[in-house]
Design a protein around this ligand. Structure first.
Ligand SMILES: C[S@@+](CC[C@H](N)C(=O)[O-])C[C@H]1O[C@@H](n2cnc3c(N)ncnc32)[C@H](O)[C@@H]1O
Length: 238
């Protein structure tokens, strides 16, 4: 596996020390705060986060993707590009790319996420093509130029549809099912971007990818006090 930039060992230890007693309190705050509809704004998009849908605010992963695309596509120059926002949540990332001119399919396994994303598309006056789908199983391998995935990566079995936004299964079932689908893509034509962080078992995920001839390549890393987040391109192993 390629070496990914990581937080200084001492800072990481300090963070663990601070977070351990705070985690139950943070989780309680989180559940209460997102039990009602919330509003979030970034890069000129104004979105609502409905209960049971992944909120882009508290973790930095969604913001890392948005900031990356804002730097990479500063104008409306994505006309003709076909994008799959796989596991779209509130729809924010796909809507950002739709605003830049791309044709975007927003998919999710959670009907509540798709209905939230539909509301956000209407709110921002943007086109919306929703698909209720389990991972990439409903799509032709060459249907997209760009696929974006911010996967659930905490190893626990999800107990509800809402928990699917966070938990990938005790045994990483989400990745064991997804990776063969990704391996079937023509990765010379389809760019595949995935967000992971140092909070996840990146070695396990890399091993699952390597089992299908795939590897991770660092595009961008962002350090925050909360976590180190990596934007990665999934490609064939050389
Ligand atoms: C970490 S959230 C990311 C949401 C959004 N992309 C963002 O960045 O704000 C993961 C999303 O994947 C969806 N998801 C989980 N398992 C899925 C599956 N098997 N197929 C499709 N979507 C899935 C969840 O419902 C959730 O919306």
């Amino acid at each position: 596996m390629m070496a990914l930039p990581r937080r200084n060992r001492w800072l990481a230890g300090l963070r663990r020390l601070i977070l351990r007693p705070l985690t139950p309190l943070l989780q309680r705050w989180f559940r209460r705060h997102y039990a009602v509809e919330r509003r979030w704004r970034r890069h000129g998009l104004d979105i609502l986060v409905q209960p049971g849908v992944f909120p882009p605010g508290p973790t930095v992963s969604t913001a890392v993707l948005l900031d990356h695309f804002a730097r990479r596509f500063p104008g409306r120059n994505l006309a003709g590009r076909r994008v799959l926002d796989l596991g779209c949540g509130t729809g924010l990332v796909g809507l950002f790319l739709a605003r830049a001119g791309a044709w975007v399919v927003s998919s999710d396994i959670n009907p509540a996420a798709l209905s939230n994303a539909r509301l956000n598309a209407a709110r921002n006056g943007l086109p919306f093509h929703p698909v209720l789908a389990d991972q990439a199983t409903s799509f032709a391998p060459d249907a997209f130029d760009l696929i974006i995935i911010t996967p659930p990566y905490y190893p626990r079995d999800p107990a509800s549809m809402a928990e699917r936004a966070w938990y990938c299964g005790d045994d990483f079932a989400y990745f064991h099912r997804l990776v063969p689908q990704l391996a079937a893509l023509d990765l010379a034509r389809t760019e595949l971007l995935m967000l992971l962080s140092e909070d996840c078992a990146v070695e396990t995920i890399s091993t699952i990818l390597a089992g299908h001839g795939l590897g991770l390549h660092l595009v961008h890393a962002r350090r925050s006090w909360l976590e180190m987040t990596w934007l990665l391109r999934v490609g064939r192993q050389s």
